[in-house]
Design a protein around this ligand. Structure first.
Ligand SMILES: Cc1ncc(COP(=O)(O)O)c(C=O)c1O
Length: 369
């Protein structure tokens, strides 16, 4: 937020700021989705919907999963207020006061806040480059105690863009079942994947909560629409909670999202995914040539998590000086981690290629000055 504050201040003074700090794609929502929203509003789709979400949207998601070879019946799909609503709901359904949630450090910074909101605590599992910044079965076996009732994984994760390797995902999923623990898998970046080997947790098991979102793949961050796949054993309780916590997700956004599964929007989403992959491939060799250390190629999303240890001692200071001197905004890694050395930063490639090249040139001048 400090970087955003400085960026806004500089912009108000007329400085050309290149925003690589916010986790939001720069692409517009597909025209077909916008048209559908306008028609829905005119048709009076402005009231509460079924708390589970409108049936055609749950069916469309179920069919979309089926098209990927995943059997997810629509009665297990809850439409939510963004992935944020899905995460809060999943934590509320699984975590009682006094329980802890096992969570990788680094993590998406809102997750521990959701856990706190339902009276739980976070049990941080320190990770590093060796395991793609993901927890492993042996860590869980060593560290989990009776009060650790839930494991959350992000697949791929923010801030690293790295997925859980398939074999580890399978082992951790089986461990959760064997030890009677809940598993929540945040798969909001699943469709923004750049590798064929990235496979949904739903291909492994049906016993976990899976969080999805229209925000990133369909470029609909402001529409506040996501979904939660609920395991059979928790469907009733989770639906009841959803009704009490949210009533429903925005009605016209749900109607509009039906267009996401039609040709035009799917074509746009796919084009944008390929554009993000091109940006990743453009940035990585150039950043490495400048002295940034990249743990491993991100599997998806639009983030690169880099270590600036060879360039600066303090990532937060590096980010503050970079924005002030060059107008390039990136995020310090301490936003995501309590345990990593303070030299990590997150770069979000949410700008067109020419702006990314401009940002690299400004960074190179900054480093060499
Ligand atoms: C890993 C992760 N989960 C969830 C969210 C929240 O997404 P939404 O806009 O769907 O609420 C984000 C947003 O950046 C995220 O990075």
């Amino acid at each position: 937020m400090e970087v955003v504050r400085i960026a806004e201040q500089l912009e108000s003074q007329g400085v050309d700021v290149i925003h690589l700090e916010v986790g939001e794609p720069d692409f517009p929502t597909s025209a077909s989705v916008i048209d559908r929203a306008c028609s829905a509003l005119r048709a009076g789709k402005t009231r509460y919907t079924d708390a589970r979400g409108i049936e055609p949207l749950r069916d469309a998601l179920s069919n979309w999963y089926a098209s990927k070879g995943l059997a997810v019946p629509s009665y297990r799909i809850q439409i939510t207020v963004g992935a944020s609503g899905g995460l809060l709901l999943a934590f509320a359904a699984t975590t009682n006061p006094g329980n802890r949630v096992l969570m990788a450090d680094p993590a998406y910074p809102c997750n521990p806040r959701f856990v706190e909101a339902v009276g739980g605590d976070t049990h941080w599992i320190k990770t590093d480059v060796a395991t793609n910044f993901q927890p492993t079965l042996s860590q869980l076996e060593e560290k989990a105690t009776e009060i650790d009732r839930t494991l959350i994984l992000a697949h791929p994760a923010n801030p690293t863009g790295q997925a859980v390797p398939h074999a580890e995902l399978k082992q951790m999923s089986e461990w959760c079942q064997r030890t009677n623990r809940h598993l929540i898998v945040d798969e909001i970046y699943q469709n923004l994947s750049f590798t064929d080997s990235l496979i949904s947790s739903l291909a492994i098991s049906e016993h976990q909560f899976v969080v999805g979102s229209f925000s990133k793949y369909f470029n609909m961050t402001g529409w506040r629409l996501g979904w939660l796949v609920i395991p059979e054993y928790a469907v009733k309780e989770t639906q009841r909670l959803a009704q009490h916590l949210f009533i429903c997700a925005p009605s016209f956004a749900q109607e509009a999202a039906l267009a996401c599964f039609e040709h035009d929007a799917l074509r746009d989403a796919e084009m944008h995914r390929l554009e993000l992959k091109k940006r990743r491939d453009l940035l990585i060799p150039r950043l490495e040539a400048m002295g940034f250390k990249i743990a491993a190629e991100p599997d998806g999303a639009f983030y690169i998590f880099v270590d600036v240890a060879d360039i600066a001692e303090d990532g937060q200071q590096f980010c503050a000086e970079l924005i002030c001197k060059t107008g390039v905004a990136v995020t310090p890694g301490i936003d995501f981690s309590n345990s990593l050395p303070p030299t990590w930063i997150r770069i979000a490639y949410t700008q067109p290629a020419d702006r990314l090249i401009e940002a690299l040139e400004r960074m190179a001048r900054f480093i060499h000055d």
